[in-house]
Ligand binder design. Structure first.
Ligand SMILES: [Zn+2]
Ligand SMILES: [Zn+2]
Ligand SMILES: [Zn+2]
Length: 344
């Protein structure tokens, strides 16, 4: 019998329709490489990208030349424009504003074949540090309310270039999904004086049905109301609201669990396309007339990374209703992912 499950954070119902007995091999998702040929992210081609914003690992080499380990550049085809005011206006009953924002690319390695699931931990740490630096730096722009870091791997996940990279978008409005999470976390805290994410983490550790892997600082689990098969969330085990406040030791722990989990996904599901998204605290800029708006943010929100392997396609029912049918019970996907042998 299919089950309806509710995500306690964003109050969203999901259909867990597991009776058809999907095995991991029933999905045929291998991440096809995007078109080959000239690669603007490979070393030696730095002049073919917009000028670099920052780089990690340069040992005296000049910007926009080879010698970097991680390189951050503006997206050549940005979804949003960096220049200009917000220019909020009404148009009859409608609201409009300029599409202002930052859209950056984090090139994760000079090696075109580099893989998150296989890389040395130091490489992954450098990528995670680049995320942190960029989120912190963009906070200095008072127009921005939120920075979202995400990674599209494989054509089916939206990647248009094969060279390993992630992206960051800073925007002047709060994204809906993040807003829902923030509001739910704040409401829960107002009632219980506890973090809803900490409560979920404690319960999942106690039940031990959906925890895939854990280390000293982090755990990865399949959410109770996972929207997609093999969806995962990574949380800091101790309460932390802001990704950018991570200690160096915690960054190692995150590098470790990210590689571990992505390796499990790769092995169990034949190298699927996937997306991951970092949900950290917003920029708590003062809001006109609502000085207390972010008053409990540091206590109520808990940053996390959501990983979604792209195994199924969202279709009419999802578009029409906003809720999801997941053909694999999270307990079943947890079991499959736990059984992957990882040599570290
Ligand atoms: Zn390349
Ligand atoms: Zn918490
Ligand atoms: Zn989230």
């Amino acid at each position: 019998m299919p089950q309806l499950r509710k995500d306690p954070i964003v109050d969203q119902w999901v259909v867990i329709a597991a009776e058809r007995g999907h095995r991991p091999t029933d999905f045929k998702p291998e991440a096809e490489p995007p078109s080959s040929g000239f690669c603007p992210f490979c070393p030696g081609n730095e002049s073919r990208t917009p000028p670099e914003i920052m780089a990690i690992g340069r040992n005296g080499t000049a910007p926009n030349t080879p010698g970097w380990k991680v390189r951050v550049i503006p997206n050549k085809y940005p979804a949003l424009a960096i220049e200009g005011g917000l220019n909020r206006q009404g148009y009859g009953m409608f609201d409009m504003m300029n599409g202002v924002g930052a859209h950056e690319v984090i090139v994760e390695s000079p090696d075109h074949q580099w893989q998150f699931a296989e890389a040395p931990l130091e490489d992954i740490r450098d990528v995670l540090i680049a995320y942190r630096e960029r989120i912190v730096d963009l906070h200095r722009d008072p127009r921005f309310r939120y920075s979202l870091v995400f990674r599209n791997y494989g054509v089916r996940a939206g990647a248009s270039l094969a060279h390993p990279h992630s992206q960051l978008i800073s925007i002047a409005v709060m994204p809906r999904r993040v807003k829902d999470e923030l509001k739910a976390a704040r409401d829960y805290f107002a009632h219980k004086e506890r973090c809803i994410f900490c409560d979920i983490i404690n319960q999942e550790l106690m039940l031990n049905e959906r925890v895939v892997v854990q280390n000293e600082h982090f755990l990865a689990l399949s959410p109770f109301a996972a929207r997609f098969p093999y969806e995962l969330s990574i949380f800091p085990r101790r309460h932390r609201h802001d990704y950018t406040l991570m200690s160096d030791e915690e960054i190692w722990g995150l590098a470790h669990i990210m590689r571990n989990v992505l390796k499990r996904v790769k092995e169990a599901l034949n190298n699927p396309a996937y997306n991951f998204m970092l949900h950290t605290a917003p920029y708590p800029n003062p809001r006109p007339g609502r000085p207390e708006y972010w008053g409990t943010l540091a206590l109520d929100f808990h940053w996390h990374i959501e990983i979604v392997p792209r195994l199924t396609r969202v279709a009419g029912f999802e578009w029409g209703t906003g809720f999801y049918i997941n053909p694999v019970a999270p307990e079943a996907s947890t079991k499959v992912l736990r059984e992957v042998e990882i040599k570290e």
